[in-house]
Design a protein around this ligand. Structure first.
Ligand code: G4P
Length: 280
């Protein structure tokens, strides 16, 4: 399986982010808790240098909690603030206000020394597609948040959402494109749905996923689909098709449909909480 990327997208997105990043104090980077490294774009470290940094392990509800904890410790050890969140349900968001203040303590202190008091921290949400940026902004901002509109000195057209007296959030997230040479990273991103299925062979993806699941979570497919697991992932895929009555032309097994169904079950947490990569 081979994935390809379009540099055009990346340069444009990067330029936009460079422009926006000048306006902010804090970068809130969303990663997918199931693949916290594969879902990062390494450019962000360069773009966000000299800024306070907060990493959110989003979709923490879909990943194993013991690994969420390990990843949190991993990022904290590297000097990032880190919080586990479920943006969809709001889990973990309560603690974020405090963590933001803590992450920006140096900046607040610098302001104070210059006699600037109570200037809100300005933050921007960034992350690869589908990681949950819009969901996070909407859930965090909620209905109560007022858009502050254009402000003097700020590039025209930028909209800020006032979360409270202490924090303002840029309303448009920064989109980073996944970046990888290692195809196993691409595969993980395909599993979580960050690479559009249209450019992939779903059947092949399903077979790769089965290979991963059988190794990392033996028994999980047997339990979910009532099948006997097999060494050969295509045999397994056939069995899933059989068990889920995925048929074409009457009685031929529709493995493409079965693979789609399998990926959908995984992405929506119906196979349970699964983590696909682990800290060193
Ligand atoms: P983006 O802006 O970064 O591209 O991502 P977006 O917010 O559109 O979220 C992508 C998908 O991820 C959405 O699902 C969203 O509901 C889901 N999502 C976001 N945060 C979380 C989380 O913390 N936990 C879980 N379980 N899901 C999350 P969708 O299928 O595209 O839409 P919908 O079916 O939820 O409406």
């Amino acid at each position: 399986m081979h994935f390809q990327w379009y540099p055009g997208h990346m340069t444009k997105a990067k330029r936009m982010m460079q422009e926006n990043i000048k306006l902010i104090d804090l970068v809130i980077e969303l990663v997918d808790a199931r693949v916290p490294l594969a879902s990062r774009n390494p450019d962000i470290d360069e773009l966000g240098k000299n800024k306070a940094r907060l990493i959110l392990l989003n979709k923490a509800d879909l990943a194993e909690d013991r690994w969420n904890e390990e990843w949190k410790a991993y990022f904290e050890k590297q000097g990032f603030s880190c919080v586990k969140v479920n943006s969809k349900k709001g889990g973990g968001l309560k603690s974020i206000q405090n963590v933001i203040q803590e992450a920006c303590r140096e900046k607040i202190e610098r302001d104070r020394k210059k006699g600037i008091l109570n200037r809100p921290v300005r933050a921007m949400v960034v992350g690869i597609p589908n990681v949950g940026k819009s969901t996070f902004i909407n859930t965090l901002a909620g209905k109560a948040a007022a858009k502050t509109g254009n402000k003097p000195g700020v590039t025209k057209g930028k909209q800020w959402i006032r979360l409270n007296k202490q924090v303002e959030l840029l309303d448009t997230p920064g989109i980073l494109w996944p970046k990888f040479e290692d195809q196993s990273v691409g595969l993980k991103l395909a599993f979580i749905g960050s690479i559009k299925d249209e450019i992939l062979n779903v059947e092949e993806l399903g077979a790769e996923f089965i290979r991963f699941a059988n190794q990392a979570y033996p028994g999980i497919l047997a339990e979910k689909y009532g099948i006997e697991e097999a060494e050969d992932s295509y045999v397994c895929l056939n069995r899933i098709a059989e068990s889920r009555h995925c048929l074409v032309r009457g009685n031929e097994l529709d493995t493409e449909k079965a693979a789609g169904l399998l990926m959908d079950d995984f992405r929506n947490g119906r196979l349970g909480r699964l983590t696909l990569e682990y800290p060193e």
